[in-house]
Design a protein around this ligand. Structure first.
Ligand code: SF4
Length: 417
């Protein structure tokens, strides 16, 4: 039996895809092992979101080769798509798969280990995937690629045009996840809300049909562009569906000048309106609040101290999210922002990251404290952590309670202390 180890960097989409390669290869008789446990094959799923991600991907590949020079190393993911030749030049790499070759990975690995070289399978344009490593929650890929071309981002070049498979093919995947006993699905994509572009359907159509899948009790949306989260969808979600009061929304900047220069499709007034609308529809006095996780990039070219202050005050006074995902701007070759002359110094970016981290900590503590004494519904995860178990409320507050095997993978009402 071949021993294979999977190494995944980057986003939830990569994890969902790796999990799918693992399921398919284990059906073909491959045994998954940790990378330190004598694998003779490695499959590395790379990321290219920052320069640091590229470097990390290269370092890992070199480390795997040093550990077992005889092992076959296969590489895929966004970095592999953008810098195929660079990766092929690394010693030990057997084959690199680009964005349109994901459907080839499993058959090619099988062909190569059985003595062939490649295979004649069709190249799929959408690789369906879901993760099933955790017992309680699965990341289901519903969309891939992006047509937005924000001025700092290489993902549209790495993952191609926005596309998806039809709802009729996604529902069986959700049913397969339910059949594994998993209760919660996180819908994942590059630009998830853009679902339907290639099939003439809409994201709203998708979520209404998914809501009917028996066995799945909760849904979260991993990330959605603010312009694609429509009021019609919010009204429906708020009407008592399986979709939870938890939204991950990229803001990127709280300054209209920078938003325009980033090529984003909204301004701060529209963003503030959307947040306020969601709160008004989904929050009641004395009840749970909506968890907003907000992405922000600091140090975009041309972001002066004054413009950064606009972002800071917009987050502190208007959005007041439960969490801020902070990214220092990373200069990515080939994007319009990379060639700008007004780049921000790294030391300035670091200070801005620190200020937002402090703000995030304060806002997060306030969000959690506001729930003391309220009742939350928690889906407890299976791991026994020194006699304790953990899970998340519907609005994504992490809860710890004494381990109780009867509560695992069940939704339990608890008082938040
Ligand atoms: S919406 Fe913008 S930031 Fe997000 S993947 Fe597309 S181009 Fe990149």
């Amino acid at each position: 039996m071949h021993k294979i180890s999977y190494i995944t960097l980057g986003c939830k989409l990569n994890y969902a895809e790796t999990s799918t390669y693992e399921r398919e290869l284990s059906r073909a008789g491959f045994q998954a092992v940790p990378w330190t446990k004598g694998a003779d094959i490695f499959l590395v799923n790379t990321c290219t979101v920052t320069e640091h991600s590229d470097k990390k991907s290269r370092n890992i590949i070199r480390k795997l080769h040093r550990q077992n020079p005889e092992a076959l190393i296969f590489v895929t993911g966004c970095y592999a798509q953008l810098k195929k030749a660079e990766i092929e030049a690394i010693e030990g790499v057997r084959k690199v798969f680009g964005a349109t070759e994901k459907g080839l990975i499993v058959p090619t690995i099988i062909d190569i280990v059985s003595g062939g070289d490649c295979c004649g399978h069709d190249i799929g344009t959408f690789f369906p995937a879901y993760s099933s490593g955790e017992r309680t929650r699965s990341f289901l890929k519903v969309q891939d690629g992006c047509d937005y071309k924000c001025h700092y981002c290489t993902v549209p070049y790495a993952r191609g045009e926005s596309r998806n498979i039809p709802i009729a093919e996604i529902i069986p995947l959700a049913k397969a996840i339910a059949a594994e006993g998993i209760k919660e699905i996180v819908l994942t994509g590059v630009n998830t809300g853009d679902f339907g572009r290639s099939t003439g359907e809409t994201f709203y159509d998708l979520i209404r049909e998914l809501n009917e899948v028996e066995g799945i009790e909760r849904y979260r949306i991993s990330s959605i562009e603010p312009n694609l989260l429509t009021e019609e969808m919010v009204d429906w979600i708020a009407s008592g569906t399986k979709f939870l009061p938890h939204f991950h929304i990229p803001l990127q900047s709280g300054c209209d000048t920078i938003l325009r220069e980033m090529g984003r499709r909204y301004d701060t007034a529209a963003f503030a309106h959307k947040i306020q609308y969601i709160r008004q529809k989904m929050e009641v006095p004395g009840g749970l609040k909506v968890f907003f996780g907000i992405d922000v990039i600091v140090g975009f070219p041309g972001e002066t101290d004054e413009l950064f202050e606009e972002t800071y005050t917009f987050l502190r006074d208007v959005v007041r999210p439960a969490f801020i995902h902070i990214f220092p701007y990373s200069r990515r070759a080939g994007t319009p922002a990379a060639s700008r002359k007004d780049q921000v110094q790294d030391s300035v970016k670091t200070l801005r990251v620190q200020r937002l981290e402090a703000l995030c900590q304060k806002l997060h503590e306030e969000f959690v404290s506001a729930h003391k004494g309220l009742t939350g519904k928690v889906l407890f995860e299976s791991t026994d952590r020194n006699g304790m178990m953990e899970g998340y409320t519907e609005n994504y507050i992490r809860v710890t309670a004494p381990y109780d095997s009867a509560a695992i993978n069940n939704i339990v009402e608890i008082e938040i202390k």
